[in-house]
Design a binder for this molecule. Structure first.
Ligand code: ITT
Length: 189
């Protein structure tokens, strides 16, 4: 890719910070946009819908959006829950409320998911990239770094939450995994 500029459209500054760190060597310009989020089933549905709202609004060649969240196994069946509803779920219950409804759950398995959509104006292609990190929901809120679910998510193989150790998050997060794939795609252009 000659012109290493991408436009990342999100209203979440924490996402922007993480993505800028992952996509070092690229010029990441961020723009805030009040997305209308469809009540679909999958992260991919939401990402397509987000892209459809912005590709006519911006002129840049590479337009990036993402949808992310947590999937808690004990609440999921063939669907991923809260999944694309991670934001309203957290807004409604707060971390305390989520831990409260999980109080008696023995299965605390969860995963964080990041789905990225890239629109390439030159080829008119849309590419989707997914990153996931498995872990468990902690018993207590731990750490105040990061954002969202970070203080209650312990990645597999560790005993601290993403909220306690942003360095661990920066190495193995769902966003890191998804945007490393984006990086490979951009470098292949
Ligand atoms: P957009 O403008 O990009 O949509 P948003 O904050 O509305 O920004 P989402 O719709 O993708 O983002 O909602 C994701 C929710 O999932 C977000 O509110 C967080 O609570 C949670 N989440 C996503 N990534 C996370 C991460 O890395 N760590 C902790 N929680 C995360």
């Amino acid at each position: 890719m000659k012109d290493k500029e991408i436009i990342f459209i999100t209203s979440n500054e924490d996402k922007v910070k993480e993505v800028k760190e992952i996509l070092q060597g690229f010029r990441v310009v961020s723009k805030s946009f009040p997305f209308i989020e469809i009540q679909g089933r999958s992260f991919e549905d939401v990402v397509f819908h987000k892209l459809s709202q912005v590709i006519e609004l911006y002129e840049e060649n590479i337009i990036v959006v993402e949808d992310s969240g947590i999937v808690i196994d004990t609440f999921s069946r063939s669907y991923e829950f809260p999944g694309i509803y991670s934001k309203p779920f957290l807004n409604a219950l707060n971390l305390e409320g989520i831990l409260d409804i999980m109080k008696n759950k023995t299965n605390r398995d969860a995963r964080m998911v990041c789905c990225v959509g890239v629109f390439n104006r030159l080829s008119l292609e849309i590419k989707l990239f997914r990153g996931e990190v498995r872990g468990v929901i902690s018993d207590k809120i731990k750490g105040s770094r990061g954002f969202g679910y970070d203080p209650i998510f312990i990645p597999r193989g560790y005993d601290v939450t993403f909220g306690e150790d942003p360095k661990i998050k920066s190495i193995l997060s769902h966003r890191k995994l998804a945007f490393e794939k984006v990086k490979d795609y951009l470098l292949s252009l």
